[in-house]
Design a protein around this ligand. Sequence first.
Ligand SMILES: *[C@@H]1O[C@H](CO)[C@@H](O)[C@H](O)[C@H]1NC(C)=O
Ligand SMILES: *[C@@H]1O[C@H](CO)[C@@H](O)[C@H](O)[C@H]1NC(C)=O
Ligand SMILES: *[C@@H]1O[C@H](CO)[C@@H](O)[C@H](O)[C@H]1NC(C)=O
Ligand SMILES: *[C@@H]1O[C@H](CO)[C@@H](O)[C@H](O)[C@H]1NC(C)=O
Ligand SMILES: *[C@@H]1O[C@H](CO)[C@@H](O)[C@H](O)[C@H]1NC(C)=O
Ligand SMILES: *[C@@H]1O[C@H](CO)[C@@H](O)[C@H](O)[C@H]1NC(C)=O
Ligand SMILES: *[C@@H]1O[C@H](CO)[C@@H](O)[C@H](O)[C@H]1NC(C)=O
Ligand SMILES: *[C@@H]1O[C@H](CO)[C@@H](O)[C@H](O)[C@H]1NC(C)=O
Length: 822
Amino acid sequence: MGLVRSMINLSYFLVFLSSFCLEFGHSTDTITALNFIKDSETIVSNGGRFLLGFFSPPNSTYRYVGIWYAGDSTTRAIWVANRNKPLKTTSGILTISEDGNLAVLDGEKTILWSSYVTSSASNMSARLLDTGNLVLQENTTGLFTWESFQHPSDSWFADMKLGTNATTGKNVRLTSWKSPSDPAVGTFSFGTYSFNLPEMYIWNGSSPYFRSGPWNGMIFIGSPTKKARYAHKVLPEQDKDGSSYFAFDFSNGSAQGHVVLNAEGNLLETSFNGTDWVDTFIALMSECDVYGKCGEFGNCNPKNKPICSCLEGFEPKNIEEWSREDWTSGCVRRTPLQCMRINTGGQEGKKDGFSKVKMMQTPSLANWSSVYLVEDECRYGCLEDCSCLGYAYVTGIGCMVWTRDLIDLRKVPGGGVDLYVRLAYSDLDKKEEVKVIVIVTVIIGIVFMAVCTLFLCRWRAKRKEGRHQGFQCEENLVDNMNQDKLQELPIFSLEELASATNNFHPSNKLGQGGFGPVYKGKLLHGQEIAVKRLARNSGQGLEEFKNEVIVISKLQHRNLVRLFGGCVEGEEKLLVYEYMPNKSLDTFLFDSIKQELLDWKKRFHIIEGIGRGLLYLHRDSRLKIIHRDLKASNILLDEELNPKISDFGMARIFGGNEDQANTKRVVGTYGYMSPEYAMEGRFSEKSDVFSFGVLLLEIVSGRKNTHFYHDEGSVSLLGLAWKMWNIDNLAALVDPKISGSGFEKEILRCIHVGLLCVQEFAKDRPTIPIVISMLRSEIVDLPYPRQPGFAINQIITDNEFYYPNQKVCSINNVTVSMVHGR
Ligand SMILES: *[C@@H]1O[C@H](CO)[C@@H](O)[C@H](O)[C@H]1NC(C)=O
Ligand SMILES: *[C@@H]1O[C@H](CO)[C@@H](O)[C@H](O)[C@H]1NC(C)=O
Ligand SMILES: *[C@@H]1O[C@H](CO)[C@@H](O)[C@H](O)[C@H]1NC(C)=O
Ligand SMILES: *[C@@H]1O[C@H](CO)[C@@H](O)[C@H](O)[C@H]1NC(C)=O
Ligand SMILES: *[C@@H]1O[C@H](CO)[C@@H](O)[C@H](O)[C@H]1NC(C)=O
Ligand SMILES: *[C@@H]1O[C@H](CO)[C@@H](O)[C@H](O)[C@H]1NC(C)=O
Ligand SMILES: *[C@@H]1O[C@H](CO)[C@@H](O)[C@H](O)[C@H]1NC(C)=O
Ligand SMILES: *[C@@H]1O[C@H](CO)[C@@H](O)[C@H](O)[C@H]1NC(C)=O
């Protein structure tokens, strides 16, 4: 008996000892084929933060292998291995199986779960890291062949990247549990979705359930600023291999925490402080956060009752459903879009416009445009494109446009962006017009009051019979009015400009433009300027000229030369520009030494810049300007060789009514003029496109269009380019001075675009926004060009043919103005 008892005691002791040894042995962080763990045993990460072992979820008797925080008595698992195949007994083990994978086996040694890495052999071990990552490691090389962070459950940790791996194509997402007591894969998942701009989505099955909105560099647009704390921890990253993902970053956080996608599909930020769990952020706060709650063109605002309303200019698609608060059908447009092309001119009043909606989450599936760098360009780019239904210009992102029905619109209290929704003219809010009326009324009021004051002043003065006092009063008033006007007018005095240019001394002359000579000058405070002294008899009145100067001086774009102001005194009319130290493009392009300073990158930069400047001129709402005299000598270069278009207001100052499609006065330069403009005086944006095309070909080839290329069997650069296109040898056009290889495709593409710009018929030529998209390879398949407009050569060779009644003032590179006898 005593022996039996002592044996039992001994066996207890042995069991105790062995379990002690095992516990002791497993206080490491590693599992191997020999050092496996059984139910009730755990391993601990080497910093002591996490445990790996067997657990049962609340209200469940099933056993799972999982990871949880050390010290968490509830064993709330942050990762689960055998999610879909629970152990029904406590006889399971976690080990390295014969094929080298980490595996969960039941009592019969059946594999319930495995890491399923095919390449594995022997000598593998699994290690629990203090980040919460469980890794399968090759013992000899130390390489991770599998990581739990690439196969997450419902929890997102610092160092864990959600997104798509470009190498493997695998999309790493969180998946919810079925229920709090069942870790099996539920219907919800959470991860990144990249449609042009990466965002985070929650899906219910395969349908979007929640969107974060795109990342603007600081936060997700859909997060209210109050919740931004959470967002600051999430950072988009781009890997060398092209993978893009969001990483969750706790480096600046105090708490130990992570993000959980719960069984109801909500996203919580939660942290464990050693004893308790604290939830600090919830993604879905209201019904409005549910994707597409109010349907297409419906706007959700949780503060409203009912929460859904149609955007301005839209009405419920199904009124009956809508009144039952079933929003799924969304809203439809009251008035179909006109989508008038701007360049058809006329009836501009009927053009579509935009209504502004403030503090919005951006709709889903945005296209991001890298062409339009400033808000104005974004707006006109959208307006010009009939498929564009709205845009938003967002700091940190740029120009977002939508070409499909707008969905998932919601108000973001204290956050969001201004969204512009395209509407037919008749649906536009006419508040702006009301504003103008109000302003006009106020101005009339002020004038009225001023007049009254004046009278009152006189009347008082008379009453006091103090004439002197009365005069002063009047004078002050007049003085103030002048002061106001002067502040607005960028007008210089002739004396000022004469002294700045040393009395227009010939040594200060920078060049001779078509409209008159240009002088370098220096104002009293040291500012360098260029002064253009216009030829007389412009045919424009004094007031008109002044108004033009005011208007044009307000145009600002980094690819336009800044007009500081003007001067009119007597017969003299002068324009004052910013001074460009590097002079004009032609001085580089057609100079065999300076040519070498322009490598391909610089040339492309110049081409793009000119395109941009032109876009601004063509598409600016307040003032549409057709340059009419685009050429290399009108492209000035700043210190860094950034191109700036000059003389862009000249056509306007001289041209009279530029809204007409015809003009009697042809302003332009041979070699750059489109046939319809040179021959019939018809001009449009497309005539500028033609000149741009010529310029582009000149920049790529380093040759002047007006030069004769007899030895190559052509009378002009355009002719040569067309010839080379037809014999499929565009490379022969490229300036041999363009150094650096690797750009051949881009260069040939440029020539192709140039040929499209110089096509004979204006209707065949692309508009400037399209040209820019083509240059940037956003439009990949370029159409075949048709024959260029050769009228230019014929003008030179057969002048009489085109200008039977005209006197040609000059040929070559100087602008000619002449009156067309039509
Ligand atoms: C477990 O069951 C009890 C009683 O049915 C219930 O009150 C509790 O909410 C359940 N817990 C979970 C996590 O499901
Ligand atoms: C396993 O690892 C040990 C040392 O870690 C090494 O000596 C042995 O060659 C390895 N075996 C295999 C098959 O790689
Ligand atoms: C793996 O390496 C660890 C130390 O790096 C060693 O203790 C262990 O024995 C090795 N396991 C195998 C199977 O070689
Ligand atoms: C993508 O997968 C490859 C192969 O598994 C891996 O080496 C790489 O680190 C992964 N990239 C990211 C960003 O996780
Ligand atoms: C998720 O989708 C299922 C099936 O479409 C649906 O029955 C369920 O209501 C959805 N859940 C939520 C929270 O929308
Ligand atoms: C950490 O957060 C504080 C305040 O929340 C902030 O001032 C600081 O710049 C942050 N540091 C880093 C490295 O992000
Ligand atoms: C953890 O949080 C709970 C509830 O907020 C609090 O009662 C407890 O004192 C905290 N424990 C520690 C160690 O901070
Ligand atoms: C919008 O982006 C998608 C995906 O990048 C592209 O397929 C589509 O052509 C784009 N649409 C427009 C109008 O730019």
